[in-house]
Design a protein around this ligand. Structure first.
Ligand code: FAD
Length: 458
């Protein structure tokens, strides 16, 4: 039986990052992974979707090349198989990078499904592994709700989850997406850009986690781009690739050539069921140190259900290791950004206006449209806006919300502003390079203070 200081179950962005940091800090570390290193993020989530989205963006740019003074003789065609090969290449390259990093740092990697027998013992294919501390990083799987016909539709391949949509044999002509959360809407952007007729059925409101102004803006924009959106759709049943939903009291049928079911994700807790850990809505309950109801056993990433994001999983991995090694790391979830890779992109950090008000803040709001930014016009990307939510008294930045072609990169400035507890005056006074998209953040800060430069008076 091998004995380690730290055993980590699951090698996604939570587990592998924790393993490298543990080894860097001198802990004998073992990482147990049943599938591919990098987890859902690298193999079936963040990276493959963004790689395909890049192909879709290039396709759209070529279709609109005349706008940039370039005419293309002949047809611009999609080669879906070649897009898939590119995606697989990017994933493969990153996979071997992760494997190399683990090796270089001296992490022992055990391939196989690990079952936890007790807080110090994991069994993998008959081999027992023993450790002083355990970090559970087993991630999550698509939620399959008990809707009539869904299981059969999935089994027959008439409906797929996100994993299946990444490897469609071809781009479907008609795609019905059930669930208009972040994952569902990223696929809506992907396939509508590649020419599919996309219909989204959402029980509440698509992209409902956004600040309300941005939600409305994005819904309008996606509809303008041809995505058919039905909010308030109550799914009654699946009949193969047909979805039957009740909308405003009317029963309607939506026929797809393919159906993507994107109804959220469930934490993977089966491998640790013997521990009898406390759960909360199906996720492993942890305290602010990421420690579970059993001392010495930690849970990070999707499995603890706090925020199902790759960078949250990694941050929690680093924090859990630091705590095991005697530190006292705590994560402030309000300061973690969230991004949506649609066209244009959406990114946010901190509080929405609605949440800030709910928490008792008197808020001041500043907005600035991308259409008034020189670089955005030069790039042919005038869609979007920035909205800053600040506390009225001292101007402390509470939240920043961006829709822009580059929103997912622009948000990092706002992340730093929140981390440093900056005021909107500091964002406004920081000189931004011209011409850049980043000026929109500074201009929104100026707008909040009542003196935006590049805005016409109404
Ligand atoms: P996972 O990545 O799920 O990894 C868990 C690993 O544990 C898996 O490799 C699994 O094989 C292994 N495992 C499970 N049980 C066992 C066991 N008993 N023994 C051994 N190994 C086990 N997040 C973002 O931040 N940005 C994005 O752009 C983004 N895009 C996404 C797109 C899609 C389509 C999806 C589905 C998700 C996306 N996410 C994104 C979410 C992100 O993928 C997850 O939040 C992240 O992967 C969670 O990391 P994790 O380490 O907790 O778990």
């Amino acid at each position: 039986m091998s004995r380690y200081k730290i055993a980590i179950l699951g090698g996604g962005p939570g587990g592998y990052v924790a393993a490298i940091r543990a080894a860097q800090l001198g802990a004998e570390t073992v990482l147990i992974e049943a599938g591919e290193l990098g987890g859902v993020c690298l193999n079936g989530g963040c990276i493959p979707t963004k790689t395909l989205l890049k192909s879709a963006r290039v396709y759209q740019e070529l279709l609109s090349s005349e706008k940039f003074g370039i005419s293309i003789d002949g047809e611009v065609r999609i080669d879906w198989a070649a897009m898939q090969r590119r995606k697989d290449g990017v994933v493969g390259q990153l996979n071997s990078g992760v494997r190399g990093l683990l090796k270089q740092n001296g992490v022992e990697v055990v391939q196989g499904f690990g079952e936890v027998l007790d807080p110090h013992t994991i069994v993998v294919g008959g081999e027992r592994i023993s450790a002083d501390h355990l970090i559970i990083a087993t991630g999550s799987s698509p939620a399959i709700l008990p809707i009539p016909g869904l299981q059969e539709a999935l089994e027959s391949g008439a409906a797929v989850t996100s994993t299946g949509a990444l490897t469609f044999k071809e781009v479907p002509q008609r795609l019905v997406i059930v669930g208009g959360g972040v994952v569902g809407m990223e696929f809506a952007a992907l396939f509508s850009s590649l020419g599919s007729r996309v219909t989204v059925l959402e029980k509440f409101t698509v992209l409902g986690s956004l600040d309300q102004d941005l939600q409305k803006y994005m819904q309008r924009l996606l509809e303008k781009k041809g995505v058919e959106i039905h909010n308030g759709a109550d799914i009654q049943r699946f009949a193969g690739s047909q979805v039957i939903a009740e909308i405003n009291g009317e029963t309607r049928e939506f026929q797809g050539d393919a159906v993507l079911v994107s109804l959220g994700r469930r934490p993977n807790v089966q491998a640790v069921s013997r521990l009898g850990l406390e759960l909360e809505r199906g996720a492993i309950r942890t305290n602010e140190r990421l420690e579970t109801s059993i001392p010495g056993v930690y849970a990070i990433g999707d499995v603890n259900g706090k925020q199902m994001l790759a960078h949250t999983a990694s941050a929690e991995g680093l924090a859990a290791v630091e705590n095991i090694m005697g530190g006292s790391a705590v994560i402030n979830y309000d300061k973690i950004p969230a991004c949506i890779y649609t066209f244009p992109e959406v990114a946010m950090v901190g509080l929405t206006e609605q949440e800030a008000v709910r928490r008792g803040h008197k808020v001041a709001i500043g907005t600035f449209p991308l259409a008034a930014n020189g670089r955005a016009l030069a790039e042919g990307e005038p869609e979007g806006l920035v909205k800053i939510v600040a506390d009225e008294k001292y101007g402390e930045v509470l939240g920043v919300h961006i829709i822009a072609a580059q929103a997912t990169d622009l948000i990092s400035e706002a992340v730093l502003a929140l981390e440093l507890e900056s005021t909107v005056h500091e964002l406004a006074n920081a000189v931004h390079p011209h011409p850049t998209f980043s000026e929109v953040v500074m201009e929104a800060a100026h707008a909040l203070l009542g003196h935006a430069i590049h805005v016409f008076k109404r």
